[in-house]
Write a protein that binds this ligand. Structure first.
Ligand code: UDP
Ligand code: MN
Length: 339
């Protein structure tokens, strides 16, 4: 008898999600950061129906696959589950990643994450691998996790979700409830914290950040204030936003904006023929930002000269985060960028 062994096709993907334009911007920065750090894997973004056309077009330039997901249209099970728990709309959409069964293993990354080193080795891990949550380390943070798409798991997750809800109102509560033995069962499923370095940890354990922060592989802008929450004031040439509430280390915020303004904005403005640069900028400008009225100043921007001195000052709690004294340098860089 001839035995033909069926070798499973290994298809592995990075997956993210954006249900609106703001998160779509974040997703593009994430995608670009993965590419810049030379991932060998393909990239998938699930987008909701409310993401606008320019952002969808931009996404298709960075991601190998742009999947339109609308949980309401995605089959009876999801639909029914959502009807019972309308409060968990985005959560259901995120769980949708388990339906990507044409891939064998995936790494989900929140749209508010950014890669600062190659992380392809994450595919060596098994479901469900994730890093500890900084607020409650017996829970994992669901901003970065390794999973295996499976309709069976998806069905079980939906069932769990509708029966038990989410203890924190979001996907992290559901996933921790479902994968409840994560904390104790298998240490190999604990990703090192550097794969999901959230800013809150910087503030709560600064010496550890000083010691290990340089090894960071993924930065996660978790919490209410996202990089796109900041705005740029062309008059004062300053970043505005509540810096006391700063959800991240200024250097990482700078890195995010560098990538956004240098790589993502141009992608969204390509294909607009002879239209001036600012047409595209207006389309992608931040809601409520005064920057949108000024074609030359589209984005908040911070000095890339995150000097030692500035860093030290910050670490001493002297919160002149954006190093405004060096803004002339910033301006020169910015001009060079936008030329
Ligand atoms: N998300 C989305 N639209 C929303 C809220 C969330 O697409 O309105 C997606 C996005 O990928 C986001 C993830 O769900 O990164 C989790 O939400 P968020 O990052 O805001 O939560 P946090 O990490 O701050 O707890
Ligand atoms: Mn997040």
């Amino acid at each position: 008898m001839l035995l033909i062994s069926s070798v499973p096709i290994q298809t592995r993907r990075f997956v993210t999600l954006a249900t609106n334009d703001s998160y779509a911007r974040g997703a593009m920065v994430l995608g670009k950061s993965l590419r810049n750090h030379k991932t060998t894997r393909k990239l998938v973004v699930m987008i909701g129906p409310h993401v606008s056309d320019p952002l969808q077009r931009g996404a298709s330039k960075i991601f190998d696959e742009v999947l339109l997901v609308d949980v309401l249209d995605s089959g009876d099970r999801a639909h029914l589950a959502l009807m019972k728990r309308p409060d968990l709309g985005v959560t259901f959409t995120k769980l949708h990643c388990w339906t990507l069964t044409h891939y064998s293993k995936c790494v989900f990354m929140d749209a508010d994450t950014m890669v600062v080193q190659n992380v392809d080795e994450l595919f060596d891990r098994e479901e469900l691998s994730a890093a500890p949550d900084p607020g409650w380390p017996d829970c994992f943070n669901s901003g970065v996790f390794v999973f295996r798409p499976s309709n069976e798991t998806y069905g079980k997750l939906l069932k769990y979700c509708t029966e038990h809800g989410s203890f924190d109102g979001g996907d992290q509560g559901v996933l921790n409830g479902y994968f409840s033995n994560w904390a104790t069962a298998d240490i190999s499923k604990h990703l090192p914290f550097i794969y999901n370095l959230s800013s809150i940890a910087i503030y709560t354990y600064l010496p550890a950040f000083k010691q290990y922060g340089g090894n960071a592989k993924v930065v996660h802008f978790l919490g209410q204030t996202k990089p796109w929450s900041y705005t740029f004031d062309p008059e004062t040439k300053r970043i505005s936003g509540d810096m006391q509430e700063a959800s991240t280390h200024p250097t990482f915020l700078l890195d995010w904006w560098m990538l956004y303004s240098s790589s993502v904005v141009p992608m969204m403005t390509e294909g607009y023929g002879e239209q001036p640069f600012h047409s595209g900028c207006v389309e992608v400008s931040l809601e409520g930002s005064s920057a949108s009225q000024d074609p030359h100043h589209t984005e908040p921007y911070v000095s890339p000269q995150a000097s030692e001195e500035r860093k030290q000052k910050w670490e001493q709690g002297q919160a002149d985060y954006m190093g405004m004294d060096s803004f002339d340098n910033i301006q020169k860089k910015l001009d060079a960028f936008l030329k």
